[in-house]
Design a protein around this ligand. Structure first.
Ligand SMILES: *[C@@H]1O[C@H](CO)[C@@H](O)[C@H](O)[C@H]1NC(C)=O
Ligand SMILES: *[C@@H]1O[C@H](CO)[C@@H](O)[C@H](O)[C@H]1NC(C)=O
Ligand SMILES: *[C@@H]1O[C@H](CO)[C@@H](O)[C@H](O)[C@H]1NC(C)=O
Length: 476
């Protein structure tokens, strides 16, 4: 086992959040539509750009109404890998895994996965939050310290910038481990609300009922009200930046999905999309009722897609077969729509790749990314950064490295179905427009800050990667 912990913690220690110099412009001086007092960001997990087309084709909806005064980005891509954590962080840090250090749910020690297993009791919807006894520890500044998820992120989040400027923030997602969004300071969320999805049943009704908790939170936040069982408080204020995700579409894509042939939504998936649309309608109604609608920019961007859309492309392969094919000591492997392989010894990379090449057809491998190409493609360098895998195995689209029989689709990979997602922004001051150029969901983060009159460059990830605001929000 290589010296994983020590190297990573030196990262943690060198990336203390510097409190950014924040300049807030006076909103009254902004052109209408260019700046807003509030930003609400919703991830419809799994919703592809093509799903938005399918939905809009079915007739007038709340999403079509939002687009009447909004910008649609038809070629928007999530991070790769497109797992939920890097996908969420992208939208609030402006950065990819090579910069955030967050690739999947695993932690540097490999022994702790930051999912429901860190809760007090993940079989309960209100699981009690993160149990410190389930966290790894490390010596930091001479003290034995519990390592919370937020301490893993190497760059600050938009939530931290907004809180640093004296405003309130709120966020809801599927596990208490979305503590990650607080950013390295741990202070980014005035209020966090994390009902545990692992406690929820499998049907579309179960997942809609789960999402309703998130929706209720947004409606309460627009009232400036704290929610029961949330962590933190808004102090009676409407959060300047708030958001969260919808689960139901993602879950239905994994279980019911699309009709073979036509690729229409199955009834269950359609039900989930309808629910999301109606919920967005409720948020808009509430904003209008509170007189805040004109001052709010609504951003809808999925943190990940789901692959495959076409059920006939689906196939599964035991991830252990991938491990075995390397023929070398694999320290850790995380597998889904891709396999990320961390070797016991970097020197075995060539041998492992040779072994994978031999089994290329059997393992339905599309691409093996390692060495110089891994660096050139922007994934980082495993010799310098312990969070970067030695080898990324990308299967043919539709193949999932899993033993699960319950799923017909997954996310986390590099394919178009994994990454080409729905993305739109809406505010009554915007003139309807569509942008077809390639954009990334990382661009949401600087767009949030710019809209609020805060400096996008106060995000370390934006600086590190040169992330631009979305088209329509760029300086002339
Ligand atoms: C977790 O919650 C479940 C459901 O309420 C309960 O049956 C179980 O005993 C709890 N487990 C622990 C360890 O408290
Ligand atoms: C929009 O959302 C509202 C509130 O949920 C709902 O009543 C309505 O049916 C939705 N659809 C349209 C087309 O407005
Ligand atoms: C992987 O190798 C082990 C040890 O040889 C073997 O027991 C196991 O069946 C293999 N698994 C797969 C899926 O090939």
């Amino acid at each position: 086992m290589r010296g994983f912990n020590s190297v990573l913690f030196s990262f943690l220690l060198t990336t203390q959040v510097v409190s950014p110099a924040v300049i807030r412009r006076d909103n009254d001086e902004g052109h209408q539509g260019c700046t807003s007092k509030y930003v609400a960001v919703f991830s419809v997990d799994g919703l592809h750009n093509s799903d938005l087309d399918r939905w809009l084709a079915l007739g007038p909806s709340n999403m079509s109404a939002l687009l009447e005064s909004g910008y649609r980005y038809t070629n928007a891509w999530t991070t790769g890998p497109s797992d939920s954590y890097p996908g969420s962080l992208a939208q609030y840090t402006g950065a990819n895994p090579r910069t955030t250090g967050v690739w999947y749910q695993y932690l540097m020690s490999f022994t702790v996965v930051y999912d429901e297993t860190v809760d007090y009791n993940s079989t309960e919807l209100f699981s009690g939050g993160i149990d410190p006894a389930h966290l790894p520890q490390a010596i930091i500044n001479g003290k034995c310290t519990d390592i919370y998820p937020h301490m893993r992120t190497r760059v600050n989040t938009a939530f931290e910038v907004v809180v640093g400027a004296g405003y309130k923030t709120a966020y809801t997602d599927k596990h208490p481990s979305y503590d990650l969004m607080r950013g390295p300071s741990g202070k980014g969320l005035s209020e966090g609300y994390f009902p545990e999805i692992a406690a929820v049943g499998p049907t579309v009704e179960d997942n809609i009922a789960y999402d309703q908790y998130h929706v209720n939170a947004w409606l309460d936040w627009i009232d400036g009200k704290d929610i029961a069982k949330a962590e933190g408080s808004l102090g009676g204020k409407v959060p300047t930046l708030f958001g969260g995700n919808f689960q139901a579409v993602s879950v239905e894509q994994k279980t019911s999905g699309y009709k073979a042939g036509s690729l229409d939504f199955t009834d269950e998936l359609l039900k989930a999309v309808k629910f999301v649309d109606a919920s967005l309608g409720l948020v808009v109604q509430k904003l209008k009722a509170k007189g805040l609608y004109a001052d709010t920019l609504i951003i809808i961007a999925s943190k990940h897609g789901q692959a495959p859309i076409d059920p006939t492309k689906y196939g599964k392969i035991d991830p252990k077969a991938v491990t075995n094919a390397t023929g070398v000591d694999v320290a850790f492997q995380t597998s889904d729509d891709i396999a990320l392989i961390f070797l016991g010894d970097h020197k075995d990379t060539g041998k492992a790749v040779d072994g994978l090449q031999v089994k290329r057809t059997a393992l339905k491998i599309d691409d093996i990314i390692y060495g110089e190409r891994l660096i050139d493609l922007g994934f980082g360098d495993p010799l310098k950064d312990p969070a970067v895998p030695d080898i990324i195995v990308k299967p043919v689209e539709g193949i999932i490295y899993t033993t699960s029989t319950a799923k017909i689709a997954e996310h986390g990979g590099l394919s178009e179905d994994d990454r080409h997602v729905a993305c739109l922004v809406s505010s009554p001051g915007l003139k309807k427009n569509a942008f077809g150029g390639k954009v990334y969901t990382t661009q949401v983060a600087p767009t949030i800050l710019k809209t609020l009159g805060l400096d996008p460059q106060s995000l370390q990830g934006v600086k590190a990667e040169g992330t631009k605001t979305l088209p329509g929000f760029q300086d002339e």
